[in-house]
Write a protein that binds this ligand. Structure first.
Ligand code: COA
Ligand code: AMP
Length: 639
């Protein structure tokens, strides 16, 4: 028997039940924390398609709520943003008043370039304050931003330019990875060349580490454009107006443009800061992620600022910048109350400093909790962090699509017992169910497809950018009335969720979401490749790594290793270094069922050293033996 005892679960359970029984009442009350230019006519409009919409008729400005209102309430001197960059050796601090003034000028520069509400602006920037300003400046004038992560290749940027059709692109001259500069401008120029859609202008923040060459007509210098601009006020937009588009991996080479609206997002962000993370205005919150990912959007930029807290923008790594004490230095230096990062960052620290010597060097008494997400947190990592830090360590589960946690331990409501390996319980508004293939609910403890009964709570995607049909096909069609998360797992008898794997081609590499289907498309594009399969294999540091198994065309006579090297480079060039595609082998044939389906699941089990059975439907059992040999040569399938 578990601990669903009334005393322990009651506060959470009541809140959760209420959010499902009376969503309008629950989120209507939460919305009182936001300043509205016009209150919503309907908190939840169930008649809207493809999904119900939140705060219909309401008008607000997200940037006003994140910055101006705090200044107007007398908190202009409070620190909004702390920039800490070990890779450049620089630091900066911005008060709410500073940040508002600078954002208003960046908004002015956008307006000078003709950007108006509803126009798209792509932001291709590293972890510098200008990236945060760029996002907020778009929000200020109702433009829709789409941030593209710096670790993607030009081709990926081109796909996003073509889909979002930005009027303007805001970029920096370079990113800085330990030991190497990443020249952004050539990537940007190539991407624009590749894309059928051309932006009217690019505004480039020149970094002293590597200045870029600007094109006379198209490009503007960031500093010049901003200093010539006048400050612009906030423009109120509909609550349902998109705040941003964030592209994420689907099952094909075409990423999904997740749309986030203004109203529901602001309400959910604020609710989560107080109730999940237990952070108050003025307290310091640090999400050690990147603005290119959803964690960065929600918890580096919007949620902490909407809450009037102080956020940390860290341009560095958990290890190597300069050592495994980097996180502890930042925490002690700025008085961070809550740290949010991916388990892989902790695995990286633990690998270098398993005894926690660096932890002991810093005063971490300010740190009250650690939140982990982006991938399942393995119990070993959770135990290590909890023992070394002596604070609650919360694994929580969410997706780019939702923008905030589907399941967590809501420390601001009640610190529930932790079960290592589980991200705890469903958050308000998420009616999470586990279904079998026929749509029947599974009993406690039984694995199935994890779905969320509609309506989804505020902040979750209302659709995909310009593609309602793909949204319906990808998320709603499988089980009518439910949103398909793409994750498989189970609920235990205490109502705790266990998220065990993906049901599609998505893998998680160092907390980064990638598509093996997309990598297969890139490999198959090589003229020497006849067919291929990319699988996600277990990795001690990054959680998973992609591994390619390739069958070459019959006429290829050159050394296989030469082709493998080209394939590795091809994925790096076409998807980006972040794909971390380095493992590949040539095989004579791929194992398939008699109907021609590649047995990816069996190969994954084999590679991970799990027990597997020869599928009864296999066409050619010898093919699996050959795979086992290839995997062993790559250092997998050892058990
Ligand atoms: N711009 C350009 N290149 C980037 C990049 C960026 N913003 N981010 C990563 N890359 C590159 C890296 O330099 C690396 O290139 P390499 O193959 O030349 O070495 C490659 O992409 C893979 O990067 P990564 O997966 O980050 O591996 P790593 O070995 O550099 O670092 C960790 C490993 C664990 C330290 C790192 O992944 C990490 O800090 N992870 C935290 C995860 C995180 O923040 N997730 C976000 C969700 S919460
Ligand atoms: P992303 O959209 O990049 O945030 O990736 C979302 C996916 O990452 C989810 O669908 C899960 O597969 C996985 N994920 C994120 N957080 C967790 C977690 N805490 N436990 C298990 N899987 C997670």
């Amino acid at each position: 028997m578990g601990f669903t005892g009334f005393e322990i679960m009651s506060e959470y359970a009541q809140l959760y039940a209420e959010s499902l029984r009376d969503p309008e009442g629950f989120w209507g009350r939460a919305a009182e924390g936001i300043d509205w230019d016009r209150k919503a006519d309907r908190v939840l409009d169930l008649t809207q398609r493809p999904t119900p919409r939140w705060f219909v008729g309401g008008r607000l400005n997200t940037c006003f709520n994140a910055l101006d209102r705090h200044v107007e309430a007398g908190f202009g001197e409070r620190t909004a943003l702390l920039y800490d960059s070990p890779v450049t050796g620089s630091k900066a601090s911005y008060s709410y008043a500073d940040l508002r003034d600078q954002v208003a000028k960046v908004a002015g520069a956008l307006v000078d370039l003709g950007v108006t509400a509803g126009d798209r602006v792509i932001i291709y920037m590293p972890m510098i304050p200008e990236a945060v300003m760029a996002m907020l400046a778009c929000a200020r004038i109702g433009a829709i931003h789409s941030v593209v992560f710096g670790g993607f290749a030009a081709n990926e940027l081109a796909t996003r330019i073509e889909d979002a059709k930005p009027k303007v692109i805001l970029a920096a001259s370079c990113g800085i990875e330990p030991g190497r500069l990443v020249p952004y401008k050539p990537l940007l120029d190539t991407a624009i060349e590749l894309s059928k859609h051309k932006p009217q202008h690019c505004v480039i923040k020149q970094r002293p580490q590597l200045e870029a060459t600007l094109q006379a007509e198209r490009d503007r210098d960031w500093d010049e454009a901003v200093s010539a601009a006048s400050a612009r006020p906030c423009v109120a937009v509909d609550a349902t107006h998109p705040l941003y588009i964030l592209y994420t991996s689907g099952t094909t080479g075409q990423p999904k443009g997740v749309v986030r609206d203004n109203g529901g997002h602001a309400v959910a962000m604020l609710w989560s800061m107080r109730n999940i993370y237990d952070v108050a205005p003025g307290e310091v919150f640090w999400a050690a992620s990147d603005v290119g990912w959803v964690v960065g959007h929600s918890y580096i930029v919007y949620a902490p600022l909407l809450n009037g807290s102080t956020t940390v923008l860290y341009e560095g790594k958990p290890v190597g910048t300069p050592d495994a004490g980097a996180f502890w230095r930042v925490i002690s230096e700025y008085g961070v109350k809550v740290l949010f990062t991916a388990p892989t960052a902790f695995r990286a620290i633990k690998k270098v400093d398993s005894s926690g010597e660096f932890i002991a060097k810093y005063d971490l008494s300010c740190l009250q909790s650690l939140f982990l997400a982006g991938e399942r947190c393995d119990p070993d990592t959770l135990h290590w962090a909890r023992t070394r830090l002596g604070i609650p360590v919360v694994d929580h589960w969410w997706q780019t699509e939702t923008g905030w946690a589907i399941a967590a331990n809501p420390l601001g409501v009640k610190n529930l017992p932790i079960k290592p390996g589980s991200p705890s319980v469903a958050m308000p508004g998420y009616d999470v169910r586990v279904l079998d293939e026929s749509g029947t609910e599974r009993a406690a403890g039984e694995m199935g497809n994890i779905v969320i009964k509609l309506p989804l709570p505020p902040s979750c995607l209302p659709t995909l950018w310009n593609n309602d049909q793909r949204f319906e096909d990808a998320y709603l069609a499988r089980y009518p009335g439910y949103y398909l998360t793409g994750d498989a797992g189970f609920k235990d008898t205490d109502g705790y969720l266990w998220i065990m794997s993906r049901t599609d081609d998505v893998i998680n590499v160092a907390g980064h979401r990638l598509s093996t289907g997309q990598m297969e498309e890139v490999l198959c594009g090589h003229p020497d490749v006849a067919e291929c399969a990319v699988i996600g294999v277990k990795d001690d540091l990054k959680g998973q790594l992609p591994l390619g198994l390739v069958v070459l065309q019959g006429n290829v006579t050159r050394p296989e290793q030469e082709v493998v090297r080209e394939l590795v480079q091809r994925v790096r060039d076409q998807i980006g270094p972040v794909a971390a595609f380095k493992l590949a082998a040539v095989v004579q044939r791929l194992p398939k069922t008699r109907s021609g389906k590649i047995l990816r699941g069996t190969m994954v089990k084999m590679a991970d050293g799990e027990s597997w059975k020869m599928p009864a439907t296999i066409d050619d059992p010898g093919a699996l033996e050959e795979i086992a040999t290839a995997l062993r040569e790559l250092g997998y399938a050892m058990h």
